[in-house]
Design a protein around this ligand. Structure first.
Ligand SMILES: [Mn+2]
Length: 492
């Protein structure tokens, strides 16, 4: 069996040896052809039925399937001084799968599916280390659209509770990896006062905690300088933005921004589509520490807390476009220009979870799964998350550690078959580096490898991996270490 899968599943506990063997085989097949439909990924009917039996087995669950990967992720985390735990929600659309039970409305109420709230660990250099947690759930049919009603519930019952849970699970990771600084990172949806106050509470309790870094969504009110207490009904103090804008300019830096379509709220509450053009933006950086006035909650009283704020605003945006404007809230220190820019750079790493979701949906096509029960579909999605992580890991290792030998990631049969097909048998005398090999894999997937093309992306890598699998198969059959494809034998 493939070496990385043995390592990844070393701590698996499914309570049945055959079930574990089945899981290894499924993972091997899916990661060899991450692009293929589930039918095409398996060799023959028996294997495909075996996969369906695995997903439908009551002893498998999202937790059981992810647990060994989670342990392996922890081992990788422990090797790094600092990691980011990215959390974000993605929608999985099963509108067309009429037979699938247990789905709920998505943000567009005419569509049905699940929300997957995922937690992916990366290093500051953007190397993905694994999936730490996932929460795949359907929204109740009634709950949808009742935003006002949801607002009045205690935090545990609100959907936003997930972001706080995500922060708590970052603290768990920090405790399990005492030598690693863990930073919980979220976009504007994760701007939750409860996270700020939980951090302080845990620090005061002497606990080992995760830091947090979140893009600001609400321009929160500050506590008035001590001496003048915030009595109910008193005039509110300054807000965060005004305060940070008034602090001295630390410096400017240039950032490459990609083109993007976004929605902007306009007067009257409706949304308007605006396009952001790709450009080199000059950003002015400011940072400060502020003390916040706690928001009112019906069921609990929150304490005032201090947080750090970094503001990056674009100096001269192109005519007719909104300037780039990032407000970041964090528990990390931000003193000085370098520290502030460091925070912005960390936050930009959050993009990796968007890439992860793209691989999961466009690459692994989890929305095309044809299982009938929601719990079973979730098990399959969880397994595909390990596959999606693997594709990104291979891609990034090729970028971050190009000088490593390629057999750190690839099996001997894999690299030898590909290298022989591409360069002839003579070329085998020198083992390619990981960088060379990953570029080769990407070229097999349509990457052109010309100077201006830069580095290959996940699409080319997963296309390429599919071909690696075919070359490897041919290689093993030709060298008589594997029976021909259509010498069918039921191996289940
Ligand atoms: Mn998001």
């Amino acid at each position: 069996m493939i070496e990385w899968i043995e390592q990844e599943l070393a701590t698996a506990q499914l309570g049945d040896k055959r079930l574990l063997q089945r899981m290894k085989l499924i993972l091997a097949r899916l990661s060899q052809s991450p692009l293929a439909s589930i039918k095409a990924a398996f060799r023959g009917w028996a294997e495909l039925m075996g996969a369906y039996r695995f997903f439908n087995n009551k002893r498998t669950s999202v937790e059981a399937v992810l647990a060994p990967h989670r342990n392996a992720t922890l081992r990788r985390v422990q090797e790094h001084p600092r990691v980011l735990l990215l959390q974000d929600t993605t929608e999985l659309d099963y509108s067309l799968k009429k037979e699938l039970k247990g789905t709920g409305p998505l943000s567009d109420i005419s569509r049905q599916g699940f929300f997957a709230h995922n937690h992916v660990v990366i290093t500051p250099e953007r190397l993905p280390l694994g999936v730490w947690r996932t929460d795949i759930h359907a929204r109740d049919q009634e709950q949808h659209g009742k935003a006002e009603k949801r607002k009045q519930k205690p935090i545990e019952e609100k959907e936003s509770f997930r972001w706080l849970e995500g922060y708590r699970s970052a603290c768990e990771l920090a405790q399990a990896a005492p030598g690693t600084e863990v930073i919980s990172c979220a976009d504007r949806e994760g701007d939750l006062y409860e996270i700020f106050s939980e951090y302080h509470q845990r620090v005061e309790g002497g606990e080992r905690v995760a830091h947090w870094l979140i893009r600001g969504n609400q321009d929160r009110s500050l506590l008035k300088p001590s001496g003048s207490r915030n009595e109910p009904g008193a005039e509110p103090g300054r807000k965060i933005r005004e305060q940070v804008q008034a602090s001295p300019l630390l410096g400017t830096f240039t950032a490459q921004v990609k083109t993007k379509e976004q929605y902007k709220k306009v007067k009257g509450g409706s949304r308007q589509k605006v396009k952001r053009s790709a450009r080199t933006a000059v950003l002015e950086v400011r940072a400060t520490t502020v003390r916040l006035r706690p928001p009112h909650r019906k069921h609990t009283k929150l304490p005032p807390v201090s947080i750090q704020v970094v503001l990056a605003t674009e100096k001269d945006p192109p005519a007719g476009e909104d300037p780039i404007d990032w407000v970041l809230y964090t528990s990390l220190p931000v003193e000085g220009f370098d520290a502030a820019v460091g925070i912005i750079d960390l936050y930009l790493g959050r993009w990796e979870i968007e890439v992860f979701h793209r691989v999961l949906k466009s690459g692994c096509k989890v929305e095309e799964l044809q299982l009938k029960k929601d719990e079973r579909t979730k098990v399959a999605i969880a397994l595909y998350m390990v596959v999606a992580w693997r594709v990104l890991y291979v891609m990034k290792l090729g970028r971050e550690c190009p000088e490593l030998p390629c057999d750190v990631v690839f099996e001997e049969d894999e690299w030898q078959s590909v290298w022989t097909v591409c360069h002839g048998e003579e070329a085998l005398k020198k083992k390619p580096s990981l960088g060379e090999f990953v570029t080769q894999v990407a070229e097999l997937g349509g990457f052109l490898a010309r100077k201006p093309d830069g580095l290959p992306g996940p699409a080319a890598i997963w296309q390429g991996l599919t071909r690696v699998r075919d070359f490897t198969l041919a290689w093993q059959v030709i060298t008589k270490r594997r029976p021909p494809l259509f010498d069918r034998e039921d191996t289940s």
